[in-house]
Design a protein around this ligand. Structure first.
Ligand SMILES: NC(=O)c1ccc[n+]([C@@H]2O[C@H](COP(=O)([O-])OP(=O)(O)OC[C@H]3O[C@@H](n4cnc5c(N)ncnc54)[C@H](OP(=O)(O)O)[C@@H]3O)[C@@H](O)[C@H]2O)c1
Length: 390
């Protein structure tokens, strides 16, 4: 362990806490915590003891900075940390996705201040990995992440952002990175990912990867990652890197969408590449709050195949199983869905959240593990699911 730790450069990754984070400030958001989670299972996504509004007293506006600050006096659970890739990038076992901060694509209830508060809450819970991208709200998400980073302190966050697949030319990669640095207001991006392989212009991957390596050499980015890469793309991309390796592949992975299990997951496990699991909650479906008669209406999800009424009906046994398993552990369906992804140590779910209460719930997927019989219950439910993805 010593040599790996020695290689860490960012204080956010430096495990002064030896793999666990004693959450002095952990609950950020405990005012939303139900008095006793064990006796308070969610029913159709509604807590029996309804959480107070986001503007509860534990997250207060700091009048000098205008940012929201969590009350550091309340203790919470302990966060765990894992290495992403073989290069020693140390991240919390659950991250935070910030596509939501891009604007109202995710619904009219998205607010910048809530997203900043969500990130502050996350950091106080020991979550250090925050994912964004230049395309989310055309840079707006990066700006909001930048605000939160200034509020919590640069050294407490591992910033992961992405260059769009349509910026695969070398000159565009550099310009995109400069734009992200400016919006995030940082000097260096911790993890810079190629958002998707370019299917249109078909810029040779060699050009993109060499451009990324130049940014790495200049110190603009600390680690290189990719997203939505198949094994053939990963192999080609890695072959063009001479000084460093890919640390992570960010891909869709949740209980209902497990396509990566056949090739990408085994390859990445074997090669020591981290998997950042996007849509780990099936865009909210696995929290149990949506059903055929209650579907999300926002732009991102209105036409999403998962939310077709037939699919919602088909997924119902899985949600019921999540609830059943959760009851045994005093956990919510969302926490069980995230714990299921954490069976593999190289898989780091990055659930998106719009407000602190969601972050707090999602961070509760850490500090415990599913038993073999829990996994069997979930597998039995999965066998009954037939999704219509036509
Ligand atoms: N690389 C890529 O191509 C790619 C693609 C997609 C996403 N991503 C990244 O992955 C992140 C996560 O994926 P995602 O946002 O698509 O899906 P997700 O994490 O599965 O779902 C996020 C949504 O679920 C709901 N939610 C989250 N926590 C909850 C909780 N505890 N209780 C109840 N509802 C909760 C929220 O929406 P409501 O409250 O409105 O239901 C939230 O917006 C994104 O933010 C982004 O950073 C990357």
């Amino acid at each position: 362990m010593g040599s790996v730790l020695g290689a860490l450069t960012s204080p956010a990754e430096r495990p002064s806490h030896r793999g666990r984070f004693p959450l002095s400030g952990a609950s950020a958001c405990s005012q939303w915590r139900r008095p006793d989670r064990r006796r308070c299972p969610l029913r159709e996504g509604r807590a029996l003891c309804a959480p107070p509004p986001v503007s509860g007293p534990t997250v207060r506006r700091d009048t000098s900075t205008g940012f929201y600050r969590a009350d550091p006096s309340i203790r919470g659970d302990a966060m765990e940390y894992v290495g992403l890739g073989r290069n020693g990038l140390r991240v919390s076992a659950v991250g935070l996705g910030m596509w939501q901060a891009g604007g109202t694509g995710w619904g009219r209830d998205v607010r910048d201040a809530d997203c900043v508060a969500a990130m502050e809450c996350a950091v106080n819970l020991g979550v250090n990995l925050i994912d964004t991208a230049e395309v989310y709200g055309q840079g707006h998400s990066e700006e909001v992440v930048g605000k939160a980073v200034r509020a919590v302190g640069r050294d407490r966050v591992v910033i992961a952002t992405k260059v769009a697949g349509y910026h695969a030319r070398a000159r565009d990669v550099e310009a995109a990175c400069r734009g992200s640095l400016r919006r995030l207001r940082v000097r260096e991006i911790d993890l810079y990912q190629v958002h998707w392989p370019d299917p249109w212009e078909q810029v040779p991957l060699r050009e993109t990867m060499k451009a990324l390596e130049r940014l790495h050499r200049r110190g603009w980015i600390r680690h290189i990652g990719v997203s939505n890469f198949a094994v053939r793309d990963l192999e080609e991309a890695r072959a063009h890197l001479s000084r460093t390796d890919i640390v992570s592949n960010q891909v869709r992975y949740n209980l209902l969408q497990r396509d990566i299990e056949s090739e990408v997951l085994p390859y990445c496990r074997r090669e020591g590449i981290g998997i950042m699991a996007w849509s780990p909650l099936g865009k909210g479906l696995l929290t149990g709050k949506y059903r055929a008669g209650r579907r999300p209406k926002d732009r991102v999800r209105a036409d999403e195949e998962l939310f077709k009424p037939a699919n919602l009906r088909s997924a119902a046994p899985v949600v019921a199983a999540l609830r059943r398993v959760g009851r045994d552990h005093g956990k919510t369906p969302a926490q069980v869905a995230l714990a299921w992804l954490r069976r593999y140590r190289n898989v780091v779910p990055i659930p998106g959240a719009k407000r602190p209460a969601q972050v707090e719930e999602n961070a509760g997927a850490v500090g415990w593990a599913l038993r073999a019989r829990d996994v069997q219950v979930l597998q039995a439910a999965l066998r009954r699911v037939k999704l219509d993805t036509s």
